[in-house]
Design a protein around this ligand. Structure first.
Ligand code: QAP
Ligand code: CO
Length: 168
């Protein structure tokens, strides 16, 4: 297994719209395992392939306390089951150090392929529903900072650009 490099905002590659996975192969499963390892090491609760510069529609997440319940979604599609919005302080491994309250639907139904390429559907609520939507946004080139005011987003961008300059 291997740790993958996580792209950081405002890297333009995070704006790429990912393409559907055509075949779930051994290479797909290696990518999934490396993404899970990278997510757990961070540590984080969700990671989309976009964030590791792989532009395929695939994401991993684990919102469990014990970090022993990995979930994999390939070519995920979701429907809102309950239009009621809830707020959650979201973060992102690609926007390190920043957390902001974001509102999203709290109950969704997701259809996807599993790591063997078999289709499945599941209803999600709470943090799982929020995280899944956050990660699907990544696959569409969207970040949680896009929901903030331009002023807030610019402040975050400037701080991260400065950090990235001093790190390089
Ligand atoms: C997405 O985010 C998410 O700033 C997953 O310094 C987060 O795993 C969806 C992380 C919250 C819904 C709610 C962030 C780690 C991890 C940071 C993450 C940081 C270190 C973020
Ligand atoms: Co994120």
């Amino acid at each position: 297994m291997a740790l993958l490099e996580i792209l950081a905002f405002p890297d333009p590659r995070l704006r790429t719209r990912a393409a559907p996975v055509k075949d779930v192969t051994k290479a797909t499963r290696t990518l999934i395992d490396n993404m899970l390892e990278t997510m757990y090491a961070a540590p984080g609760i969700g990671l989309a392939a976009t964030q590791v510069n792989v532009h395929q529609r695939l994401l991993v997440m684990d919102v469990s306390e014990a970090h022993d319940a990995p979930q994999v979604f390939i070519n995920p599609r979701f429907e809102v089951l309950d239009p009621e919005l809830g707020a959650y302080d979201e973060g992102c491994l690609s926007v390190p150090g920043f957390y902001e309250s974001i509102t999203r639907p709290q109950k969704i139904s997701v259809s996807a392929l599993d790591r063997n390429g078999s289709p499945f559907s599941v209803n999600l609520d709470g943090l799982e529903a929020i995280c899944l939507q956050h990660e699907v946004d990544h696959l569409n080139g969207k970040l949680f900072v896009d929901y903030l005011s331009p002023l807030k987003r610019q402040r975050i961008r400037k701080k991260l650009e400065k950090e990235q300059r001093t790190r390089a």
